[in-house]
Design a protein around this ligand. Sequence first.
Ligand code: LMR
Length: 396
Amino acid sequence: MLETVDLAPRDAILGLTVAFNEDPRSEKVNLSVGVYQDEHGKTPTLGSVVEAENILAAGPSNKAYLPISGSPGYSEVVQELVFGPEYQTAGHLAGAHTPGGTGGLRVAADFLHANFPQATVWLSEPTWPNHPSVFAAAEVPTKTYPYFDQQTNSLAFEQMLAAIEKMPAGDVILLHGCCHNPTGIDPTAKEWQQIVQAVAKRGLLPFLDFAYQGFGDGLDEDAAGVREFRNAGGDLIVCSSFSKNFGLYRERVGALSIACATNDAATAVQSQINRAIRANYSNPPAHGAAIVETILRDQNLRETWEKELSAMRDRINGMRQQLVDSLEAKGVPGDYSFITRQRGMFSFSGLTKDQVEQLREQYAIYIVGSGRINVAGLTPANIDRVTEAIGAVVSK
Ligand code: LMR
């Protein structure tokens, strides 16, 4: 029977790292997957994380199951991080600790399928390639709304609003909380206000994928959209990932935070979320969430972590500028100044599929097929090689 199984295509992002690892060329550069690298090209374990692990190792060991939705203390600190210090007055909250942001998205997708089977989830065009896959796996229908204006390398705001105004009431709109993946382009504070109003007016359920909090302009600054929705007082689903901002990639730490209008609604939503989790992975792994909770509850550790996060953010923004400067210095045709206006790990470079392929084949430089560059993978040691190669492929 199993011989009838077809080979699945390689993952659009993680498959590139497999190919990168198999590439024997020593000069290779991986700018594909969204993983932070320091100026030496290493993905560091944060000092705050090491300290938290030491604290946990010195404490009592407990390998019994966590509750289905994870440690309640964890959901509370996450809600404070996401919604701000007044999170308790912000609404009636349900929450769960999930295995990474992807785990949270899948739980939310299963929840939507079970409770709102008629609802379509609207995704930005473009979006993270795993979004359509996760919703398809949960049998949730998806459609797209315009997001990116290729001519101006900016948000296609008017088209986006016009699309929202036509979405059927009861549908779900997925927005990127900050550091849009793949474009790096976020709405301004004023645009968020207009989006919130339009979403509320249409009776849509807002769902914010918040995987990069702190990588754009700061922990609170990056929560502008989430908090605008929160202040408007309607229902809201937020999916957090702590892969990037805590550097906990392989620990798989994420969360769902769901704001509801009433206490009864929050209790019912929590019960349905728990049901989805129970049938999926039963209950979450403990270690990564314990690290996050330990850091967020300890003032010193939290300060250390915030400094480490700022340092990562500053390095990325510094590399954005260096990328633009280096492209200009090499006389690469085109105006790349838009790269410094983008936020987060990624830059939507405008490179074509063909140019991306040439970069990989001829120069051992790996970027995602959409032209998305992981700016956090650029270092002082590789930037010249990268911009030279870009210059060569765009000048052809
Ligand atoms: C990315 O977009 O590169 C990251 O979110 C990692 C992933 O799982 O795709």
